[in-house]
Design a protein around this ligand. Sequence first.
Ligand code: ADP
Length: 657
Amino acid sequence: MKRIKQTLSLVLASILVAGTIAGCTPTNTATTAGSSATTAQTTAAGTTSGGAKEITFKPGTYEGEADGFHGKVKATVTLSDKAVTDIKIEQNETPGVGDKAIETIIAAVKSGSTLNVDAVSGATFSSKGVMAALEAAFTKAGADINALKSKAKAEVKKNDIEETADVIIIGAGGAGLAAAVQAHQDGASVIVVEKMPRAGGNTIISGAAYNAADQEMQKILQMTDLEKATVEKIIAEDQTDAIVKGWQEKLKGEWEAYKASGATYLFDSPSLHKLQTYNGGDKKGNPALIDELGEGASAALPWLNQLGMKFKEHIFTVLGGLWNRAHKPEKPLGTGYIEAYMDYMTKNNIKLYLDTKADELIMKDGRVTGVKATGKEGMVTLHANKGVIIASGGFGANNDMVEKYQKTWKSLKGIKTTNQTGATGDGIDMALKANASLTGMEYVQLLPMGDPKTGSLSGNIEQGVQDRIFVNKEGDRFVDEGARRDVMTSALMDQTDAMMWVIVDKHSYATGDVLNNFNESIDSLVAEGRAFKADTLEELAKKIGVDPVKFIASVETFNKSVDGAADPFGRTLFANKIDSAPFYAGARVPTIHHTMGGITINTDAQVIDANGNVIKGLYAAGEVTGGIHGSNRLGGNALADIVTFGRIAGKSAAQGK
Ligand code: ADP
């Protein structure tokens, strides 16, 4: 089985518009969405000018290799006596992030025949990996590495910008781009600013599961007795809120009708989705917002489809999702959503300023009228005729802010995160200065699924909740693996060294080239030492250093639960036994994932101030908002949230509500 390899060649550079190669592009120049990525690539890597000292090479083709974010990055460099004529890269970096950073860097290296190139912000490991691989190749060519590394960079030209559009959006992640598309569809002119050198935010690196009740699709699944009992329990639960009671009533009717029909497929409905979301967040979420989420998630499926976002013919239960209602994108991670939005933006000339950080909101007579931002070449002042949408994501990558606000964990100081580096809570600070109120800031979500080295979700070998178990260093199961994310992470924190092994078998990986949710094949993970494979459970236990007797007993007990025995941890989500070789194990640790709290909004995504009034001209959507997920977000609900509320914010802002 082969490792997933992507070859990037400098032939790619030829698709760059002439004049946008590093060193030639004014970095703050607004681009339409399609070319903005190109601009970002060329601006982020730094630029070179003709050096003082002429550098010569021994003509030929040379190879170099180094560690990237996901295994090795291999560079093949072809040199003439004075220039780099071709660079080919084999890599397995994060789609839409690491691979884009590598494209940026090789374009800069090639255009300037230089190694004096900056790492691409938000893709440090990939940048370092490709630079080290290139350096190794240049060293083999006998090049003067010091001279290549000290070639002068071109000076950045000063260029302040001032523009006006109907709607200005802060953040080009999933919520911001959904808002941009919707606002434009509703007739508004739109400008988006993004502080990173690429669009996509956390959305593009997420597992990207999308929760939406979709009964027709869910008919491919059979319903178990345990699942039936779950629905009955939810209907019978004591609720006090009138909206929530309304969902229960509706669900009761739907459930009775389902039972009367004699159906055996898996039941679902937006009412059940809403109730599970509300209950799963300890009833702390705002029912009015959850109502929008449950309806909006299902309603957005055809909208996404029209934009070109494709889902697999497959429904699964994502970690902490509690129900089989997650739709899996065809394209890896969150790339499908972002590509679909960017495609729409390109076709409709919606401007996107990359590398441009919003610093403050412009206010006039109590109304938000624009945004002041800093670009690479100077100030960017954007005026909004109708409204500003904050869609700047959460603060999971700002460990000080997490520590300042979170109250549900002992201390999260120094705990790694799944988040991209731009998730620092800027939008919350800006909104506070406009007197916005905040909701649920104390609720920070951790996942038990971090890569032990990086905290990222990559390398996670689970394919869905039903077919895997967790064991600790002793080889014992320790939690219901179908439980809420906070419950599982809390239990993991109590285990030896706060680490665990995810155990799966052939049911998850029929062959070695089957990919996980992060576009990695199981064989590549095994080859890189990030997963372990064995033909027997005993052999697997030995490979991962757990007690084989306890380990085999854990698997056997789980298998009995699959057959209907009461599970010792109360687990209710099952499909297959773990009984078919090969068996696999992957190590995981707690990692900071999502910040549930943020800016208070109403059902029109208008921002609410400290006195409970709407702040005119200001809207917010996505992870920057609070009040939807309560104390714990269900797996698969983030994408549902950002699509739903991104669209609502876009619609409201376009109307200047
Ligand atoms: P959501 O899921 O809510 O859309 P994402 O993390 O996907 O959140 O996207 C949020 C985007 O906002 C990220 O791309 C992030 O880099 C960007 N962002 C954060 N702060 C700022 C800022 N001050 N100016 C511009 N963009 C920002």
